[in-house]
Design a protein around this ligand. Structure first.
Ligand SMILES: NC(=O)c1ccc[n+]([C@@H]2O[C@H](COP(=O)([O-])OP(=O)(O)OC[C@H]3O[C@@H](n4cnc5c(N)ncnc54)[C@H](OP(=O)(O)O)[C@@H]3O)[C@@H](O)[C@H]2O)c1
Length: 165
C-alpha cells in the first residue's frame, strides 16, 4: 500500500523508550501542545493499550481509530481488527492520518508512513517497557529540528521531523 498522508507521532527518550506500565514516561506540556497542534482535526490511529491509557477518550476534535481484536462497538470510534484494514481506510482519506502508538503499532506503521514527528527527550527514563524502533530511522532523513527546554522534566527536548528517503 502506497499513500502519502500517513505519519507517526511519538516521544522517545535517548534509548528509544516510550512507555512504562502502559503510561507515558513523563508529563511534558510542550509536547502535549505540539501533539495537539498537529493532530487536531485529523485522524489518530492507536493500538488497544494506548486507547486504554488515554485519560480523555476519544481524543476530542479528531477522528479516533483503534486497532484491536478484542475491543468492539465503542461509541464515536472506528475499530479495525487488522492493521491492513486500518491502513486501507486511512489511505483513502484526504487528511493526514497519525499513528499515535504504542510500540506494537509503531513497529507496523513505520513500514508505511512518509512522515515521522519525533520528539526526542534528551534524558533516559529510569524504567521502561515499551520502545520505538529507532534503528528504522535510517530509512528517513531529518528535515527539521527545534530544541526547547522543558521546565517540567528539567531537560531539553527536540522536535524532529523526518521524511522517508
Ligand atoms: N511516547 C509516546 O509517544 C507514546 C505514544 C503512545 C503510547 N505510548 C506508550 O506505549 C505503550 C503501549 O504500547 P503497546 O505496544 O503495549 O500497545 P499498543 O500498540 O497501544 O496496543 C497493542 C494492542 O493493539 C492491538 N493490535 C496491535 N496490532 C494489531 C494488529 N495488527 N491487528 C489487530 N490488533 C492489533 C492488540 O490489541 P488486542 O489484544 O485487542 O488484539 C494489541 O495487544 C504504553 O506504555 C503507552 O504509554 C507512548
Amino acid at each position: 500500500m502506497n499513500c502519502n498522508n500517513l505519519s507517526i507521532i511519538v516521544a522517545v527518550d535517548l534509548r528509544g523508550a516510550i512507555g512504562y506500565k502502559n503510561n507515558l514516561l513523563w508529563h511534558i506540556p510542550e509536547d502535549l501542545k505540539y501533539f495537539k497542534s498537529l493532530t487536531i482535526n485529523n485522524t489518530v490511529i492507536m493500538g488497544k493499550n494506548t486507547w486504554l491509557s488515554l485519560p480523555v477518550k476519544p481524543l476530542p476534535n479528531r477522528e479516533n481509530i483503534i486497532i484491536s481484536t478484542s475491543l468492539k462497538n465503542i461509541p464515536n470510534v472506528l475499530v479495525f481488527s487488522t492493521f491492513s484494514d486500518a491502513l486501507k481506510y486511512c489511505c483513502k482519506k484526504n487528511n493526514e492520518c497519525f499513528f499515535i502508538g504504542g510500540e506494537k503499532i509503531y513497529k507496523q506503521a513505520i513500514n508505511f508512513v512518509d512522515n515521522i514527528y519525533l520528539t526526542r527527550i534528551l534524558k533516559e527514563a529510569n524504567h521502561a517497557d515499551a520502545f520505538f524502533p529507532l534503528d528504522s530511522l535510517r530509512h528517513f532523513y531529518l528535515i527539521s529540528e527545534k530544541k526547547t527546554f522543558s521546565e517540567n522534566i528539567q531537560a531539553y527536548i527536540a522536535f524532529e521531523v523526518y521524511k522517508r528517503k
